[in-house]
Every structure is written in structure tokens, then in C-alpha cells.
Design a protein around this ligand. Structure first.
Ligand code: SF4
Ligand code: SF4
Length: 193
């Protein structure tokens, strides 16, 4: 199949995917089990097996199509597809890679803008406090997404129920956490060089 040749040839997203994750799209024989078991398939523009097929065919502009897909942001990384795949194609890992690559190459689907804002805000919270700090998360998400009034009436109720703490609970060794973030970021940069 032409896929093997592509993986061994010039620098493409297919090479990057293989080098960064070990996922080989040529293993997929299009049985469709991943798509049939994906709880979010109906919400996707390209189903998991469809994305693999786009990789395999390698038609013109397949990179832009894949990196601009809404699907990669809808995926929950629930791993159902991976558990069901007879060929053990690690789709969740592939989706992780594609999200990072989509951001790096500025190809994020406009419909996924809010999801991306949430991702960034969530990671910032973990990075700086070591835990999920809900008040900070909500404030930062609203500032990023401009959904300033969305669900705002729920805040007082959640506060009185004790679900929202005004101040973050900081973990002790945040420097180590910062090192993990730094390391994974530079590893990622190396993987796509
Ligand atoms: S379940 Fe595995 S082999 Fe079947 S289509 Fe999905 S990725 Fe390909
Ligand atoms: S990991 Fe993503 S693609 Fe796979 S079944 Fe879950 S939501 Fe669907």
C-alpha cells in the first residue's frame, strides 16, 4: 500500500505522527469498529475511521483537512475506539497529536474556538496551582472566550453549596510540576522538528 512509502518518504504530518506517537495509520484496515463505538461520532465532521482513511489516501490538502477537522476537538479521549480496534490503532493518542499540531500550525477549526479556550485554561490551572481551581478556571475561560454572562447565575448557588472555593489549593512542589510542563513542551517541539 502507498502508505508505507509515504511514512518512509519526505517530512509529512504522517511522519510526524509516527515519530511522535508510534501510531501507524497503515495498520487500519477500515473495519469501522472505532466509528461504530465512538460516542461522539454523530457530532464529528470526519469520523475516526474517516480520518485514518484521509491519512492513508494522502490526497492533496489532506493535512489541512485533518488539522482543520472539528472532530479532533470533539474527541473525548475516552479510548473506546482503541479498546475495540482489532489492529490496536491508538486513535486517542493520534487525536492528542493532531490537536497539538493543529494549534501549532494555526489550523484550528473555528467551531472549536471555545473548546480550545477551555483546554488552555484547564492546563493553566493545573500548571500554576497543581489542581483544578474552579473560580480561576471560570474567570480565565470567560476572559478567553468572551462568554462573560454564560451560566453566571449559577455561581452564587455553587458558592453557597461550597462547590466553589475563593482561593486555590496549591500543591507543595509546584516547581516539579513546572518542570514536567517544560519537559513535555520541549519533547513535543523536538518530536516535530
Ligand atoms: S477499528 Fe481499527 S482497524 Fe477498524 S477502522 Fe478503526 S482504526 Fe481501523
Ligand atoms: S477516544 Fe475519541 S475517537 Fe475514540 S471513541 Fe472516544 S471520543 Fe471517539
Amino acid at each position: 500500500m502507498s502508505v508505507a512509502t509515504k511514512e518512509e518518504s519526505g517530512k509529512t504530518i504522517l511522519n510526524d505522527l509516527y515519530e511522535a506517537t508510534g501510531v501507524s495509520v497503515s495498520r487500519c484496515y477500515q473495519c469501522g469498529k472505532c466509528t461504530a463505538s465512538c460516542p461522539l461520532a454523530d457530532e464529528m465532521d470526519y469520523t475516526p475511521s474517516h480520518i485514518l482513511r484521509l491519512f492513508q489516501l494522502g490526497l492533496d490538502d489532506y493535512e489541512d483537512t485533518i488539522l482543520g477537522a472539528y472532530s479532533i476537538w470533539v474527541c473525548l479521549n475516552c479510548e473506546t475506539c482503541y479498546a475495540r480496534c482489532p489492529q490496536e490503532v491508538d486513535i486517542p493518542r493520534m487525536m492528542d497529536f493532531l490537536r497539538a499540531e493543529s494549534v501549532r500550525r494555526k489550523k484550528v477549526n473555528p467551531r472549536a474556538k471555545d473548546i480550545l479556550s477551555f483546554y488552555k485554561t484547564f492546563l493553566d490551572s493545573i500548571h500554576y496551582t497543581g489542581r483544578l481551581y474552579e473560580v480561576g478556571l471560570i474567570a480565565a475561560y470567560k476572559a478567553r472566550s468572551f462568554h462573560l454572562l454564560q451560566d453566571v447565575l449559577m455561581a452564587p448557588r455553587l458558592f453557597f453549596l461550597g462547590k466553589l472555593k475563593l482561593f486555590p489549593h496549591l500543591i507543595r512542589n509546584r516547581k516539579s510540576l513546572s518542570r514536567i510542563f517544560k519537559k513535555s513542551f520541549s519533547k513535543r517541539q523536538e518530536a516535530v522538528k
